[in-house]
Design a protein. Structure first.
Length: 269
């Protein structure tokens, strides 16, 4: 189901390489992923999340505190996907927590996890060799047109054009994004002023997608000091806040937090 990022032809796996009919060849890394991000599409040396962010995210997600988010996306996938052996593409998969959970939701799925951050994809490989892991950009997905049953964007970019291109007609795009109240208690500590923002689920091109479902979910959870630090380090907030506010947060023994997020499902027309 992978295509060549240089010419768009189908890639065929030959041992530890993927090769297209035009002889463009991409070797699999030792960890088991393939790098399908052409240099011209790599706009910085290390695009995407940093290793520090990815490691913090892995530690935090492994605590199970975001399990309700995982369950919500799995239930949405099960409810709206008609295929029994779907091709699932998780775009912006990070270190692969949700990709693994999505793959586990179906008995016979084929799953691809894609992220622009090489360190993320490297880490994700430890979540299973049954998943195809690729470094690539959401703006040029190395996936055959009309092949996917489910495409997910978990707290990551949703690209109408590319998502609709790779989805089958009737296929489902699932998006999870933060709602207004998400981690509000933490934001109140790390920002001098929290400006009210009304975060809504994003809307998509109505000629390409039909909205099937959009629901806000929320739950409370408690974090200890270590988890609070990981939560801060896995978000972009870290780079936006003053050192003194960061220290104020990191001095806390723990905190009661709200997770609030939108889950949306859109059908490819
Ligand atoms: C907030 S993280 C979410 C990671 C994962 N979905 C999760 O929820 O744990 C966003 C991810 O999108 C990736 N990303 C950013 N820009 C991207 C792009 N243009 N193409 C693919 N991935 C991208 C980042 O490297 C990062 O891993």
């Amino acid at each position: 189901m992978l295509i060549c990022p240089l010419c768009g032809e189908k890639l065929v796996q030959d041992g530890k390489s993927y090769i297209c009919p035009n002889r463009h060849c991409f070797d699999m890394a030792r960890q088991g992923y393939v790098n399908l991000l052409p240099v011209q599409n790599k706009h910085s040396l290390h695009p995407g999340d940093t290793k520090e962010m990815l490691m913090a995210r892995r530690r935090f997600l492994e605590t199970g505190k975001y399990l309700p988010i995982c369950q919500a996306v799995r239930e949405t996938a099960k409810e709206f996907c008609k295929s029994e052996n779907p091709l699932i593409v998780d775009v912006g998969c990070g270190e692969g927590y949700y990709t693994r959970a999505l793959a586990n939701s179906f008995e016979n799925s084929r799953t691809v996890g894609i992220d622009i951050a090489k360190d993320g994809v490297k880490m994700a490989c430890s979540r299973g060799k049954d998943i195809t892991w690729a470094v690539a950009t959401a703006s040029l997905l190395p996936v055959e047109s009309g092949s996917a049953d489910i495409v997910t964007a978990m707290f990551s970019l949703f690209m109408d054009g590319e998502y609709s291109r790779i989805l089958k007609r009737g296929g489902i795009a699932i998006e999870v994004n933060a709602a207004t109240e998400h981690l509000m208690e933490m934001k109140e500590v790390i920002y001098d002023e929290v400006f009210p923002q009304d975060k809504k689920p994003s809307s998509h091109d109505e000629t390409l997608f039909k909205r099937l479902y959009s629901q806000k979910h929320s739950f409370k959870f408690h974090v200890n000091n270590e988890e609070l630090k990981d939560l801060l380090y896995m978000t972009p907030h870290l780079n936006r806040i003053k050192e003194e506010n960061k220290n104020k947060l990191l001095q806390l023994e723990g905190m009661e937090l709200t997770a609030a997020f939108w889950v949306s499902a859109d059908m490819r027309l």
